[in-house]
Design a protein around this ligand. Structure first.
Ligand SMILES: Cc1cc2nc3c(=O)[nH]c(=O)nc-3n(C[C@H](O)[C@H](O)[C@H](O)COP(=O)(O)O)c2cc1C
Length: 199
């Protein structure tokens, strides 16, 4: 709906097609690659917490979370190791205002759906208000779940350091979300819900 409206406005104003398309891609702030709490403290603090307020996560934190999960950190490689450097994982960002595919090279979010797809993750409705869920998908047989595990652990350590709650979740409608995103060639691996506790 939003897209259609923007296209109509773009046409009305005689904007070039790429101006309209640009709205579908959001450049995140540069991730903060220094600081945070000491590693051993983060490891000690990491835990699952299934309580989320609706308070939003700002773009700086979102950028940091995604960098921890799947950013490009060295020689075109990632913040997590991948078997044979396959780098075949996809990280989808599921928020109330749409679902986006993270591009770690350009540090951008690319819109894949304008819908609020969080209900696919509401089997445990305690978490219905959570502002952010990451969905990890991959192709590498055998290794894909390991890659997702490395990514969600990095994210969990990041959240432990800044007071965010997180829970890794295998319990969600995997078939439904795969159909909705039209990703038959990707294996839906695991999700991770992140948000602020109630203050
Ligand atoms: C692969 C995986 C799947 C999980 N799926 C769920 C889930 O669907 N729902 C949930 O509430 N917790 C889920 N968890 C969280 C675990 O229940 C939690 O990690 C475990 O109880 C240990 O607690 P801790 O993380 O605080 O150490 C999952 C964890 C992992 C690693």
């Amino acid at each position: 709906m939003k897209k259609k409206l923007m296209m109509a406005l773009g046409l009305a104003q005689g904007l070039a097609a790429f101006d309209v398309a640009a709205a579908d891609s959001i450049t995140l702030p540069e991730p903060q690659k220094e600081g945070g709490i000491p590693l051993m403290e983060a490891i000690n603090r990491r835990r699952t917490t299934r309580e989320f307020s609706a308070k939003k996560i700002d773009d700086q934190m979102l950028s940091d979370i995604l960098y921890a999960a799947w950013g490009v950190s060295h020689d075109g490689k990632r913040t997590i190791p991948t078997a044979r450097n396959l780098q075949d994982m996809q990280v989808y960002v599921i928020k109330a205002d749409g679902t986006f595919l993270y591009d770690g090279e350009s540090n951008t979010l690319n819109l894949v759906s304008e819908k609020d797809l969080r209900p696919y993750f509401n089997k445990q409705d305690l978490m219905a208000d959570a502002p952010l869920t990451l969905l990890f998908t991959g192709k590498a047989p055998k290794y894909a779940p390991m890659h997702a595990g490395s990514a969600y652990q990095n994210v969990a350590l990041y959240t432990a350091g800044c007071g965010l709650n997180n829970v890794v979740r295998g319990m969600f409608d995997k078939e439904g979300i795969a159909k909705e995103l039209n990703i038959p060639e990707e294996e839906v691996l695991i999700s991770q819900t992140i948000g602020w506790p109630y203050m």
